[in-house]
Design a protein around this ligand. Sequence first.
Ligand code: NAP
Length: 239
Amino acid sequence: MKSVLITGASRGIGASMAELFAKSGYHVIINYSKSQDAALALCRKISEGGGSAECISADVSKTDDVTQMMSKLPAFSPDILINNAGVSHYGLLQDMTDAEYDRVMSINVKGTFNLCRAVLPRMISKKAGCIINISSIWGRRGGACETVYSASKAAVIGLTLALAKEVGPSGITVNCICPGVIGTDMLSSFSEEEKAALAGDTPLMRLGLPHDVAAAAIFFAENRFITGQILDVSGGFSL
Ligand code: NAP
């Protein structure tokens, strides 16, 4: 059975990916940082539904946490890594503190780097593997009042393109998904009116569902000749 490590899988898009990969026959490793109850409940739900899952905590921005998490996994696991853990920050650039900047960059960019660095020796030794990074349409277009978040997600795109070239000869694919506006806790600071306006600006006239992103991740996981691709899952918002 192939294994998939999904960071930030306690809630939102990551949790939906965990459910879809489990249904598709993968062993799912659910990483979380703070939401232990939600991660354990998801793990139970998957197991009760006949799937295979386990939970492991680690703050992806902390190298020691990631090293410890990897030491708990079998030698050749995971087959697939999904760098999904992420945080946003909404506000004017000139009002951002150093701590707010560091939090966004360290989780979104260093977290992605930390996990790639941790899994690559295992994937290279097998000459197979798949890495899927979750960026954002703001990483391509830039979002006002989300400048540092946009910069962090642009960095994830750059890392994807470069790493795809670097590890392609080892049989490892590296791709990136750019979600549009997806209905998760990440939108909790938006009012219902703001969400309706965002849906209205989307050609498909709705916000995305976590499952929409999960379906794109399965597509990348199951294709062995696509690498270095950046795929918008945005209902056309980015057109
Ligand atoms: P969410 O509902 O807020 O969930 C975020 C997840 O990330 C949680 O499971 C959280 O786990 C985890 N996380 C946060 N900091 C972490 C850390 N330091 N270490 C490990 N896990 C951490 O967000 P979402 O909407 O599902 O977003 C998932 C990804 O999609 C993010 O990368 C986000 O930037 C991207 N995205 C989302 C949207 C959107 O509209 N929702 C749009 C574009 C891109 P804990 O609760 O355990 O900390």
